[in-house]
Ligand binder design. Structure first.
Ligand code: ASP
Ligand code: MG
Length: 452
């Protein structure tokens, strides 16, 4: 059985008018279909603020109304409407609002827990045989609540057991994205924007032919089209390129999305719900899908920390000490570069983690700094950004780095740090945040037309 998975993002289910589009798209799919839905846009933020501010009653009617107004547009049978209204009411009443992690997960997952039944009811009322299945009983994770790790073996089994019989009955299966459950039956979540990841987990488990991410943009562009008029839609890409792009800031899909699909050989397609006629971006392992164009992405709000001193030269273990210190304070390192003289190591970290990281380094390297001066400086460059050029065909090609850096030179942009992944899929440069737009435009025009 060839199965298709459609995932609709928050903007695609934001109101009845958009849900009507969604229903239309589902109705013309001729394959057995699983639909993964996000919460309506803004809902998870609202639920998160509920936990943070502890306010309760005031927003409950607004939450309930938002779902009911979608539902009432499609469902006209009073008994069904009453049932849904009662379900929404009881889920809201059951909320145990508090800031403990399990409470947060329970509250923040509500957006999707309500959306799946509402969408299924709207589909049924529109003549499409649909059933809503609870993802908390299907996507199995470990015991952490907010960025839970998926246990693939159990999840695989649960997904197949629960979804396949329904598909055989020719029903469209609707499940909420982002939400999951642990072996104790408690609700967990996959981290913000995790619905894409749910879709890819489900797609991989069912060995779907394609997972389609329906969103509010046409696909992946060579740069963010909101800021760069010369950005082009990329119609084909490989999984590795898109994973690299997602890691380095392309925000169209959640960075984990690609991984489950690589093994199951399931292609991923990004499509615009409001412009389904646009080709979108196809991401797969097929040779024809190899990207010939470059993509320029940005991570902003970054700081560069440079540790230097003669003690770093040829002394094993200093780098280990530096990185042990960084990981000890839970900081995520985005990029590393070591000068070949070994005289200094630079690394990029999120700016918000900068002061705690530098404090930890000063503490952990104190001995080497004060007595032996083996480490003589820890310097910080604030207000920088990482601009990354991604392209699978960069591998083994000469001259790409040259044209990128000449373009930056012509644009009078100072490069602080450079790193090339050994995969050769990407080159990252760290520059002042103020130069990002100019740098991106310069790179785009120097490499326009791709590199194929
Ligand atoms: N609703 C969740 C969020 O906003 C998950 C998602 O939309 O992917 O983070
Ligand atoms: Mg989203």
């Amino acid at each position: 059985m060839t199965v298709r998975v459609y995932k609709f993002g928050g903007t695609s289910v934001q109101d009845a008018q958009h849900v009507a589009k969604v229903i239309g798209l589902i109705s013309i799919c001729s394959e057995p279909l699983v639909v993964v839905t996000s919460a309506p846009s803004g809902m998870t933020d609202l639920l998160q603020s509920l936990v943070d501010d502890g306010q309760r009653g005031q927003v409950f009617p607004a939450i309930s109304d938002r779902y009911l107004s979608i539902c009432k547009t499609f469902v006209h049978q009073q008994s069904v409407l009453k049932e849904i209204e009662a379900f929404i009411g009881s889920e809201l009443q059951k909320l145990d609002i508090g800031s403990l992690e399990h409470q947060r997960a329970q509250v923040m997952s509500l957006g999707e827990r309500l959306m799946a039944p509402v969408l299924a009811a709207s589909l049924n009322a529109s003549g499409i045989n649909a059933v809503s299945l609870n993802a908390c009983h299907m996507i199995r994770t470990d015991q952490s609540y907010l960025n839970a790790r998926v246990q693939f073996e159990q999840t695989n089994q649960l997904v197949c057991q629960q979804i396949e019989p329904e598909l055989k009955r020719k029903r469209v299966c609707v499940i909420g994205g982002f939400i999951a459950g642990n072996k104790l039956g408690e609700i967990t979540t996959l981290g913000r924007n995790g619905s894409d990841y749910t879709a890819s987990i489900v797609g991989a488990s069912l060995k779907a032919d394609e997972v389609w991410i329906w969103t509010d943009v046409d696909g992946l562009f060579s740069a963010d089209p909101r800021y760069h008029a010369n950005a082009k839609l990329i119609t084909h890409m490989s999984f590795r390129e898109s994973a690299e792009a997602a890691y380095f800031g392309a925000k169209v899909v959640h960075p984990y999305t690609m991984w489950p699909l690589i093994n199951s050989n399931t292609a991923l397609r990004i499509k615009n719900t409001m412009r389904p006629q646009s080709a979108g971006t196809l991401i797969s392992n097929e040779p024809h899908a190899r990207g010939d164009s470059l993509l320029v992405t940005t991570i902003d709000e970054v700081a560069i920390v440079t540790v230097s001193g003669y003690g770093l030269i040829g002394v094993p273990g200093v780098a280990a000490k530096v990185f042990a210190s960084i990981s000890g304070c839970g900081t995520n390192v985005l990029l590393i570069s070591q000068s070949s003289s070994e005289h200094n190591i630079s690394f990029a970290i999120p700016r918000k983690d900068c002061s705690q990281t530098v404090a930890a380094l000063n503490r952990d390297l104190a001995e080497w700094m004060s007595e032996e001066h083996r480490v003589d400086r820890i310097r910080v460059f604030d207000h920088v950004a990482i601009v990354t050029v991604v392209g699978e065909n960069m591998r083994g090609r000469k001259g790409i780095a040259g044209s990128i850096f000449s373009a930056l030179g012509r644009a009078d942009i100072n490069v602080l740090v450079i790193a090339q992944g050994s995969s050769e899929y990407s080159i990252s440069i760290v520059i002042n945040e103020a130069d990002v737009k100019l740098a991106t435009d310069a790179i785009l025009s120097a490499t326009s037309g791709g590199i194929a």
